[in-house]
Ligand binder design. Sequence first.
Ligand code: SF4
Ligand code: SF4
Length: 230
Amino acid sequence: MTRTSKKTDEIEHEICGIMEFPDDRFEEIIGELGFVCDCCGRCCTSEFNDHVFLLDEDAERIIEVAGREALRPAPNYEFCDNLGRFYVMGYALRSKPGGDCIFYTGGRCEHYGDRPEICRIFPYMLHREEDDEGNIDWRQIGGLDMHGMYHSEISVEAARDIAVRVKRYEVAFLRQKLAFFNKIEAHFKKHGLRHSQQMYDRKMREFKMGGEIELYVFEKGEFIRMKYSI
Ligand code: SF4
Ligand code: SF4
């Protein structure tokens, strides 16, 4: 089994897990948390978010309202081939020099109506994560007790709406990832390439020191080739 096909099996398994997670239990947890956003804006800064990942549909909308210059390849590139070219599953929003989101200005989002889906569902989530003791379990909220207000009354309808949106986002994210891994497998096979961790580490060191890399960003089923440096 190749590295990518093992990964695609894992992603498919994760998708099934999310879809099978009982809706009533998820809605119950949302109700028990009773989270209410106090609009502090911290999730738009580097304090809370390393980057704002864009689904394909988000990227398309952001390009329309703010242009391609608002995008950057999502950090943490997944693959590097034996010729030293990186591959990544999508885009993120650009950050300002201090790390805040490029749209975060004067304590407000400049494109609130067109904000990415991850901004709409935050801080809710539905995926398995490892805790500090190494136990893997489902997580439904990020930054628990570190922001916002808790134990407020959440209506059944609101909890259902949140649950639907979160599940839809998590599955869409994983489907984009799955399509990317399938594309990589086909691309490597067709061109006689393979992932090289040694090449990845060497090129990443050069990149972090300001060097330019060749990068393929997965966008709507295709790879967009670019030269990229930080
Ligand atoms: S797009 Fe808007 S809501 Fe999302 S992180 Fe940026 S400023 Fe915040
Ligand atoms: S979701 Fe949390 S961090 Fe973001 S604005 Fe609301 S309370 Fe602040």
